[in-house]
Design a binder for this molecule. Structure first.
Ligand code: 5GP
Ligand code: ZN
Length: 137
């Protein structure tokens, strides 16, 4: 529990939220300011600021929950697709510094925009970057 963290307060029921799903380790709530109706966020109950702090146990369990919720959303909302989005750090657009996964139902022709301009690699550059990162795994 982090006293300054809004998601810790939601998990501790100090701040109300609409719960979609809950188990011992995770809570899924409806986003207060949704990209589209049905937009939910999956939150570990343990305070973990971002992916860089995530332990293997949480990492191994969280996508199981994400997949269950995504399938339930598709069945119930009849969405045509679904984005899973997860921001880490100011630079990546994170605004609540308690790890969370966005589950955003998508519909053909909806007004949600998740996009970026595409960069490119010089010859050999992708291989060099991949190998350098791989050395640290
Ligand atoms: P981020 O920008 O950090 O990836 O996403 C934070 C998300 O949390 C935003 O989509 C925002 O609408 C949502 N959010 C922020 N405060 C609250 C809150 O008090 N309750 C709920 N349900 N969602 C919140
Ligand atoms: Zn927290």
């Amino acid at each position: 529990m982090n006293n300054n963290c809004i998601f810790c307060k939601i998990i501790g029921n100090e701040i109300s939220s609409v719960t979609l799903y809950e188990d011992d380790d995770f809570k899924v709530i409806m986003d207060i300011s949704p990209a589209v109706k049905g937009h939910a966020v999956l939150i570990p109950k343990k305070h973990i600021a971002n992916i860089f702090e995530m332990d293997e146990d949480t990492a191994s369990k969280i996508f199981v929950v994400a997949a269950k919720v995504a399938k339930a959303m598709q069945e119930e909302l009849k969405c045509d697709g679904l984005n899973i989005l997860q921001n880490n750090g100011d630079a990546a657009g994170q605004t609540v510094f308690h790890f969370h996964i966005h589950l955003i139902p998508r519909y053909i022709g909806d007004s949600v925009r998740i996009t970026w301009a595409h960069d490119s690699y010089k010859a050999g550059e992708a291989e060099m970057i991949a190998a350098a990162i791989n050395k640290r795994i």
